[in-house]
Design a binder for this molecule. Structure first.
Ligand code: UDP
Length: 398
């Protein structure tokens, strides 16, 4: 089998690529690194069944050779990400989905759309069944994601009805695990990062809103089973164990043994009050249900975060410590550090309300270098992995 995974360098996408390869599939991973990261798939680059293509699904989805399954995951997905890239998020749901569907049509492939529990908005029915139509504010801040995914479901369903594409729709509920971005703004990385640094844990609102958290390995199993089924209607995938955000904060403090206190911050607009999947369909049709408990999943995630929270050198953040941190980033073809290649031309550090913004000027000798996006993202990612840095801007000079 040969699969295309759009958004394959993202959090869930990279786990899916890995899982498919382990099951003997060939995988084409497509990403534009808007929120995905090269390091999520760098361990797969030497696998002969793996191929990476840097493309923006909004502009095109172009893959040569046969494709049996398209897993369409490409989209910013965390609230912070989709508010940072609102128009791209709408376009990913619309044009990105259309391009993925057209490719599936051409290749006679099955297309699985990664949809979301956000299609239920701030639900008035609890737990949420697939038959529930949702309660979405069409002009609220979150609508860029919610409505994009609702449109993506409508478009996918129509391609199933009239364009002969064999479709699957997964409604994915809150998922967590290794490879989440430290700064993606979601509750899991935020709380773990804060707890590990003994910083205050920021609970939004009074913390009585609920979520249900599924470990990524379980979720990927669910996506796989759904793809291989012949069920063409939406299916909820998530862990039905529901928990308040406040209790979740307390659990993370307990597991990490942190000295963090809990502080309260304003609740973001349209933040759903309750969220819990009814997974009866997935159980009956796919014989799927999550197996990994929240504490087990959190232990694995926390261990990974500990390994990846790399310091940026001793003491306060300086130009020198940023450059030191960048010694780890190498040109993949030459195997030489970007620092030794003298590609870093200037580093500027700006204090912001939430942490530091690092601006970097980088030269690249060949403007059409095929690994341009990869290099830029690797530099960005390394800098954003330094505690205290909220974001890194990389400006290219040729
Ligand atoms: N949240 C929080 N503190 C944080 C980040 C998030 O209390 O530092 C809350 C957020 O308001 C929401 C829940 O945690 O109620 C889950 O947020 P997340 O961004 O992970 O995803 P969502 O389920 O809202 O898409």
């Amino acid at each position: 089998m040969r699969a295309l995974v759009t958004g394959g360098a993202g959090f869930i996408g990279s786990h899916l690529c890995e899982f498919l390869l382990k099951n003997g599939w060939q995988v084409v991973c497509l990403d534009n690194f808007i929120t995905g990261r090269p390091s999520n798939v760098s361990q797969l680059q030497n696998n002969p069944g793996f191929m990476f293509t840097e493309q923006d699904a909004i502009k095109r989805v172009d893959v040569s050779g046969s494709v049996d399954y398209v897993f369409h995951l490409a989209s910013p997905a965390s609230p912070v990400d989709y508010l940072t890239f609102p128009v791209q998020t709408l376009e990913a749901g619309a044009m990105g989905t259309r391009n993925a569907l057209e490719l599936a049509k051409d290749k006679k492939a099955v297309l699985l759309l990664a949809s979301t529990s956000e299609v239920y908005g701030d639900p008035l029915v609890h737990p949420q069944k697939e038959e529930y139509w949702g309660n979405v504010n069409p002009v609220g801040l979150r609508s860029v994601y919610d409505e994009a995914k609702r449109f993506a479901e409508a478009l996918t369903t129509e391609y199933g009805r009239s364009q002969g594409v064999s479709i699957r729709i997964a409604r994915i509920f809150n998922t967590f695990g290794t490879r989440m971005r430290l700064n993606d703004g979601r509750v899991v990385p935020n709380f773990i990062y804060q707890a590990l640094n003994n910083e205050p844990i920021t609970v939004y609102g009074d913390g009585s809103q609920t979520r249900s958290f599924c470990y990524v390995d379980d979720l990927v199993q669910g996506l796989y089973k759904l793809a291989l089924s012949d069920f063409r209607e939406p299916v909820n995938l998530g862990n039905p164990v529901e928990m308040s955000v406040l209790n979740f904060a307390k659990l993370i403090i307990k597991i990490t043994g942190s000295r963090s206190e809990i502080i309260y911050r304003p609740l973001p607009a349209d933040d759903p009050r309750q969220r819990q999947p009814d997974i009866t369909k997935a159980k009956n049709i796919l014989q799927w249900e999550p197996k990994i408990g929240i504490e087990d999943g959190l232990a694995r995630t926390i261990a990974w975060f500990k390994m990846h929270m790399k310091p940026g050198g001793a003491g306060p953040l300086t130009k020198e410590s940023v450059i030191e941190a960048l010694r780890d980033v190498t040109d993949p073809e030459l195997g030489i550090s970007v620092v030794d290649l003298e590609l870093i031309k200037d580093v500027e550090i700006q204090k912001q309300e939430k942490g530091e913004l690092v601006k970097i000027k980088m030269t690249l000798t060949t403007p059409n270098c095929p690994l341009l996006g990869y290099m830029v993202q690797s530099v960005k990612e390394r800098i954003e992995g330094i505690p205290g840095v909220v974001s890194a801007d990389v400006e290219l000079i040729f």
